[in-house]
Design a protein around this ligand. Sequence first.
Ligand SMILES: Nc1ncnc2c1ncn2[C@@H]1O[C@H](COP(=O)(O)OP(=O)(O)OP(=O)(O)O)[C@@H](O)[C@H]1O
Length: 279
Amino acid sequence: MTSRPAPPAEPRTGGPGAAPLAEARGLELRRGTHLAVAASDLTLPAGRLVAVIGPNGSGKSTLLHALAGTLPPSAGTLTVRGESPARHARRTAFVMQTVEVPRGVPLTVRDVVTMGRYPSTGWFRRMRAADRAAVQAAMDRMDVTDLAGRHLDELSGGQRQRAYVAQGIAQEHDVLLLDEPVTGLDLVSARTIDHLLHEEPERGVSVVYTTHDLDEAAAADHVVLMAGRVVASGTPAEVLTEAHLETAYGRGALHRPATPSAGAAVPFLDDPVDGAGRR
Ligand SMILES: Nc1ncnc2c1ncn2[C@@H]1O[C@H](COP(=O)(O)OP(=O)(O)OP(=O)(O)O)[C@@H](O)[C@H]1O
C-alpha cells in the first residue's frame, strides 16, 4: 500500500512570506523614567500563537502595552500589521492582567462583554443585530452565558477573567493580546481560555500572551524571552534553551528532573528571579 503525502495545511496568515504581525527595530520602552525594555529588535509572525515569557519585571506587560498602542516607544520603531500600534488599536483586543472591578458600579457580565463592541459602535450608538450576535458568541465561547445577568463583583476570579476575555473577543479584532490570562485560575477556567488561545489563530487572529509557564510556552508557535530586553525570539526549540533561560532567569535557576517524565520538554525553573536578577 502506498501512502500519499498529507495535503499541505491550510495556509494561515503567518505562512512563509506573509506580512509579520509586528516588527520592532531598536525598540526602547520606558515606564515613566524607568527603562523597562532596552533597545531590542523583534519580528512576530501573524496568525500565530506567540507566548512572551520572562521573570517578574522583565518587561512582558510593557511590551504588550506597546503592541496595544497604549505605550509609545521612547526610541526605535514598532509596527503592528504594518502600521503604528495606536492606528491599529481599533482592531487590537487587549485583555489586561488585573482589572479592578469598579466598586458601586453595578456592571453585569453582559454589560462588560458589550463594552467590547464600543470600538465599532461608539459609546452612544445603538447595538445592531451583528453587535448583539458578537456579544452572544463571545459569551458562549467563554462559557459565561449562564452568568450574563450576574454582577461582576459577585463572580469568582476565574469567572470574571472569562468575562474579560469574552469582552476582548467580542471586539472586531485581528490581534488579541492577553496579559497572564490563565495565572491563578482553576482548571476549568484555565482550560477554557487555553482552548481559545489555540483556536484564535485558526480564525486568522494573531495572539500574543504572557505567561510564567514554560510548558505552556513550549506549546506556542513562537516564543519571546524577555529580561529587560528581548533575549531571544523564535520557535520554542530556538528560544527555550538552557543558555537563553539562564541568561534571562540567572544561573542556577534551572534544574532538570532526576528522572525526566516523558512530557518534560523544557528545563524546570527552580527559584524564579525578577528582571533585575533578584531572588
Ligand atoms: N507604571 C509604571 N511606572 C513605573 N515603572 C513601571 C510601571 N509599570 C511597570 N514598571 C516597571 O517596568 C518594569 C517592567 O514591568 P512589567 O510590568 O512590564 O514586567 P512584567 O515582565 O510584565 O512583570 P510581571 O511578570 O511581574 O507581571 C519593572 O521594573 C516595573 O517595575
